[in-house]
Ligand binder design. Structure first.
Ligand SMILES: [Zn+2]
Length: 255
């Protein structure tokens, strides 16, 4: 079985590292910075075998050039739609492609998720989902390039995955996201309980990630836009209308 470890980077990014005990190779997702990855590899005595990239933003790609210099054979797999903006890719993939990592006995399905950016993709190998900046715990990515309708459609693809899906997103935004979630979904008992749990984890400096999709269906207001009671509370007559309102409100929200 593979082990997945968060390598903290910048203020609140996690570069996820996937390693197999007893083997020297390691894969990382969205290495925005090479240094923490190099430290991790040295500590664990691993070699970098491959890199998965979810989208072109610098805090997800900034470390790739240096890692390629140091590991010239590394596979760098990312979105074909982002090819112009991620020149370091060695393999371009799109919706429906399968990425085979035989050294890890894993195959990842590629899911296109336009919204945060137009090139955004996720990598899914049940139950593991690397979803970058699209779905966060208790939140979702900002709309830098896509429309609310595109993002909502992308989130529907993730909602269709099994409940036991483990969401490995790229930022430790959970506690701040939960403040907004409590503000817009104040009658949700599961949400208050989960909020306390996450605050406790952060006080102990532990990550709140990964989380299951089942958990997010209960507490993430963006995924709960299809909830009729929540729609009624905010006087919206469709999931997309509520999602659009929530996304705009979150951009303005100050805890
Ligand atoms: Zn981003």
């Amino acid at each position: 079985m593979s082990q997945i470890t968060p390598i903290p980077a910048f203020e609140d990014n996690y570069i996820w590292a996937l390693c197999q005990p007893g083997h020297s190779h390691c894969m990382v997702v969205d290495p925005g910075d090479a240094e923490p990855v190099l430290q991790f590899l040295a500590q664990q005595q691993k070699q970098l075998h491959s890199i998965l990239v979810t989208h072109h933003h610098a805090d997800h790609t900034g470390g790739i050039a240096k890692l390629r210099q140091l590991f010239p054979d590394v596979r760098v797999i990312g979105p074909a739609a982002g090819q112009q903006r991620i020149p370091q890719l060695t393999e371009q993939v799109k919706q429906g492609d399968a990425v085979s990592l035989t050294e890890f006995n894993l195959t990842f399905d590629v899911i296109a998720l336009p919204g945060h950016t137009l090139d955004h993709i996720a990598f899914y190998s049940a139950p593991v989902l690397f979803c970058g900046d699209t779905l966060f715990s208790a939140g979702c990515g900002r709309l830098f390039e896509g429309s609310a309708a595109q993002m909502w459609h992308s989130l529907q693809k993730l909602l269709a995955l099994p409940d036991n899906t483990q969401i490995f997103c790229t930022h430790e935004y959970t506690v701040a996201n939960l403040q907004f979630a409590l503000h817009v979904d104040s009658d949700n008992a599961a949400l208050s309980e989960y909020s306390q749990h996450c605050r406790d984890l952060r006080l102990k400096n532990q990550p709140t990630l990964p989380v299951t999709l089942a958990n997010e269906k209960k507490i993430n207001p963006f995924l709960r836009s299809n909830n009729k009671l929540l729609q009624k509370k905010w006087q919206k007559d469709s999931a997309l209308a509520l999602f659009t309102m929530l996304r705009a409100a979150k951009d303005q929200f100050k805890a």
